[in-house]
Write a protein that binds this ligand. Structure first.
Ligand SMILES: Nc1nc2c(c(=O)[nH]1)N[C@H]1C(S)=C(S)[C@@H](COP(=O)(O)OP(=O)(O)OC[C@H]3O[C@@H](n4cnc5c(=O)[nH]c(N)nc54)[C@H](O)[C@@H]3O)O[C@H]1N2
Ligand SMILES: Nc1nc2c(c(=O)[nH]1)N[C@H]1C(S)=C(S)[C@@H](COP(=O)(O)OP(=O)(O)OC[C@H]3O[C@@H](n4cnc5c(=O)[nH]c(N)nc54)[C@H](O)[C@@H]3O)O[C@H]1N2
Ligand SMILES: [Mo]
Length: 769
């Protein structure tokens, strides 16, 4: 990979709350950089409001009775980033070769502005050149027809609407493949594999209103501050009601400690803030299975004692008897684990696990939230099931104020799965598609993200179509994936902004610019609405508000239809043009495919707060093999690879100034790291042991069974509050260190939260500032 110049970062520990004036300042600086004046304009009034547009940042629920401004600092940044007037147009491409652009940073590429015209890569010039849409569709269709459908993958990043996603999966299946890897494969796939086995649904069971009814809230490995800041509003409400909030995280994340609501004038003026976490347990990365086992062990011990002395039970015995399976095995497992082992693996003293158990046992209704700190580990699937074990002990699923809440990432990542973006055929109603559209869908499972990467490395995947995202940057093992990419025959990238995935062309490469969700989507029957599903299964309509960046960009449904028509033989049962002309017809088709889930879809599109999809587990109907909710015994207490001397566990993190591979700024405000991302955050004792002073340069090298060398140098060591033996660096820069084969068993989610690495001194000079 081309070496990008290092920028010196400044470390100034952050003492303020999350939100507050810092939030306003950071936002103002992005608005200036993106040349947008949205503060005080109509656009932020419309964000996450019924009849307005749904935020393009995270997937957190949107309330029926929104705040005056229902957005957060990061949502507003994402809005500014999308509606910037800056353009990456044909003139720009004429003056930069692709080789040169490969030396640009992630930030610089996207900061250049929106893509405006369809482009084709010209190898002789090493440049992108402008083409017409018809030319692009015809060429892509011809290429796809010549390729074996099973050698092509159709990637989706979780932002595309339900309408675009439904059309995309239908097109891919009619073309002949189930190769639908998506961003979820790198994200909550561990959840999607775990939850169906244990509670019969692949998604969380809570609704937003449950946060008002909960009397205890747990967080495992989710950084609300940065990644779903609007969630801090209900949390602040809960904290003010005196609800205990118990956090498990190796890093003390500021928003989970203290929050000032930037939209509350009284708090802002008085510089007030609300304490969020009542207990903060700095678990070792990969220590949660052991930590939860400890909590469950304490509860079971208390329950055993209560049973012996005839006192009221600590577990919900009636619920366990009526609704669950496997309790006795699980209880025996917990009783058997020595506290010493649980302490060693979790990094927490027995007293902390017991304290969390006491808090849990006192509460009548508990919500457990979790994120990438659980799913992106080698036993990520088991970790998700452990959260379920904890909840089942006291009947905390399927009752008001209680439930499981995997906090999803991209704004429609959950919804895409709901409408058929899945490589696993059991998740898709193939017979129904066959009946509705009169074709024989492929029946073998397709490729997940990791499978697709393996296929690209092996030369078996010959074509890639990306509906959004930055695949090549989001996946592990950059130094192997980037050179392999160019061996593909076809690369088609549907995108709003230029990114690194666009700079490794295959033989035939097209870059197709699309509308963003905030833009007005004008079609034959007038401006169209699209829809998405939030993290709590609620479906919301969304209407674009701004004029598109250029008259040459097209909507995602239009682009999918354009490629489909150029590739497939006409099918009398699908009128692609009619669908593009009226997305209501696509919603009708979605309703016909899943009549129970999408009943009266068009009628309910703008229901305030969204309409929830029905979910068995919410009603205590368990669609599992046993017909009950299942307790399970984890296959490992340790959610990472076994420790070795001098090997550190690297956690890859998101900074506050980024949305995945989109880097808005080089700051990570709440963690006190400013102006550079080439850092390693380390425990001061580890730095002392290695003889490192703050600012010393280090090089990380991966310890992997495949023996392939993976290195990243030029990283500044910064002392930080992280457990000894663990270090942290930023995603996507650190992805070069993650072996493709280092993923969660069962879900293949790259184990990005614990990569075994060695640390050495390095001497790369810093770029002049
Ligand atoms: N502004 C902004 N918003 C975003 C995104 C973004 O990049 N920027 N990304 C979106 C996407 S796609 C997603 S998936 C979500 C991601 O949101 P999160 O699920 O919050 O994911 P991460 O930021 O990767 O961080 C996970 C947290 O896990 C902690 N952690 C790491 N290892 C462990 C562990 O072993 N145990 C425990 N208990 N904790 C651990 C880390 O310290 C960190 O606080 O956010 C979405 N929203
Ligand atoms: N080491 C490490 N790796 C990780 C993670 C981690 O925590 N650590 N997290 C993983 C996770 S959770 C995820 S979800 C993936 C994210 O992987 P992706 O979803 O593939 O990546 P993004 O960075 O979200 O994609 C950004 C690009 O999307 C395009 N885009 C933005 N808006 C639109 C739109 O409306 N339409 C279209 N067509 N394109 C648009 C822009 O061109 C932009 O450059 O990364 C994963 N990789
Ligand atoms: Mo994600």
């Amino acid at each position: 990979m081309a070496h990008q110049p290092q920028r010196k970062a400044v470390h100034k520990p952050y003492s303020g709350p999350a939100g507050g004036w810092g939030s306003v300042k950071a936002l103002a600086s992005i608005l200036t950089q993106q040349e947008v004046a949205i503060l005080g304009s109509e656009i932020l009034w419309k964000q996450n409001k019924p009849g307005g547009f749904m935020c393009v940042s995270c997937s957190w629920a949107k309330p029926a009775d929104p705040h005056m401004f229902e957005f957060c600092e990061n949502g507003a940044k994402a809005t500014a980033w999308e509606i910037t007037p800056k353009k990456t147009d044909p003139a720009f491409f004429a003056s930069h070769t692709v080789s040169e652009l490969r030396t640009w940073s992630d930030h610089a590429l996207e900061d250049n502005g929106r893509l405006t015209h369809p482009m084709r890569y010209d190898a002789a010039l090493d440049k992108y050149v402008q083409v017409s849409w018809d030319e692009a569709y015809a060429a892509i269709g011809a290429e796809l027809k010549a390729l074996d459908p099973n050698s092509v993958v159709f990637y989706t990043s979780g932002r595309a609407s339900l309408e675009a996603s439904y059309m995309y999966q239908l097109f891919g299946r009619m073309y002949g493949t189930n190769n639908f890897p998506d961003s979820s494969n790198m994200c909550h796939e561990s959840t999607s594999v775990a939850l169906p086995e244990v509670i019969g649904v692949p998604v969380g069971t809570v609704l937003l209103e449950d946060y008002d009814k909960a009397d205890c809230i747990f967080f495992f490995g989710q950084n609300t501050t940065t990644n779903s800041p609007r969630m801090l509003h209900p949390l602040q409400g809960a904290a003010k009601r005196g609800v205990p909030i118990v956090v498990f995280n190796p890093i003390r994340e500021r928003g989970l400690e203290r929050f000032t609501n930037p939209q509350n004038p009284v708090e802002m003026v008085a510089s007030g803030s609300t304490r969020i976490a009542t207990e903060y347990h700095q678990v070792t990365p990969g220590g949660d299975i052991a930590a939860i086992t400890g909590i469950c062990k304490a509860l079971i011990e208390q329950d055993d004692a209560a049973r012996r002395s005839g006192r009221p039970r600590v577990i919900d015995a009636a619920f366990v008897a009526e609704h669950t399976h496997g309790f006795e095995d699980f209880a025996a497992f917990c009783r058997d684990q020595p506290w010493g082992d649980l302490e060693a693996v979790s990094g927490l003293p027995e007293t902390e696990m017991r304290a969390a158990a006491d808090t849990y046992a006192k509460a009548k209704a508990v919500i457990a939230n979790y994120g990438m700190g659980m799913t992106q580990h080698v036993h990520g699937v088991e970790a998700c099931k452990m959260v379920v074990n904890l909840l089942l002990l006291r009947g905390n699923i399927g009752r008001p104020g209680a439930g499981i809440s995997p906090v999803r990432g991209h704004s429609n990542v959950q919804g895409q799965r709901t409408v058929g973006i899945a490589e696993k055929t059991k998740l898709v109603p193939l017979d129904r598609l066959k009946e509705l559209y009169g074709f024989e869908p492929p029946r073998e499972d397709g490729l997940s993200t990791v499978d697709a990467c393996e296929g690209i490395l092996a030369g078996e995947v010959r074509g890639f179509v990306g509906l959004g995202g930055n695949f090549l940057r989001a996946v592990p093992d950059h130094s192997r994936m980037e050179p392999a990419w160019a061996r593909m025959r076809l690369s088609v990238q549907i995108a709003t902004k230029l990114n690194r995935s666009h700079l490794f062309p295959g033989a035939v490469t097209y870059l197709l610019p699309c509308n963003g969700r905030i833009e007005i989507d004008r079609q034959a029957t007038g401006p169209q609405a699209v829809s998405m599903e939030d993290s709590t299964t609620c479906i919301h309509g969304s209407r674009g508000q701004r004029d598109p960046i250029s008259e040459h960009v097209r909507s995602e449904p239009a682009i999918v239809a354009g490629i489909a028509k150029a590739t497939l033989a006409p099918n009398p049962k699908i009128d692609w043009d009619a669908w593009v002309g009226d997305y209501g017809l696509v919603r009708d088709a979605i309703e016909r495919t899943w009549p129970d889930q999408f009943k009266d879809f068009n009628k309910r599109l703008f229901q305030p707060g969204g309409f929830p999809r029905p979910l068995g587990a919410r009603e205590r109907v368990w669609n599992t093999p046993t017909g009950k909710a299942n307790f399970t015994v984890p296959d490992s207490l340790l959610n990472r690879t076994a420790p070795e001397p001098d090997v550190y566990q690297l956690v890859t993190l998101r900074a506050d100034g980024q949305f995945n591979t989109t880097v808005y700024s080089l700051d990570d405000r709440f963690r006190g790291v400013y102006g550079g991302r080439d850092v390693v955050l380390m425990n001061a004792a580890d730095m002392a042991r290695l003889g490192l002073a703050e600012g010393d340069m280090v090089r990380l090298s991966t310890v992997a069974p495949d023996g392939i060398a993976r290195e990243l140098g030029g990283l500044q060591a910064i002392p930080f509050g992280i457990p000894e033996g663990a270090i942290a660096g930023y995603y996507p820069e650190c992805n070069v260190l993650i072996p493709l084969g280092h993923y969660a068993k069962g879900s293949k989610v790259p184990a990005a939260k614990s990569v075994p690495v060695r640390i050495a001194r390095d001497a790369i000079p810093l770029a002049a500032e």
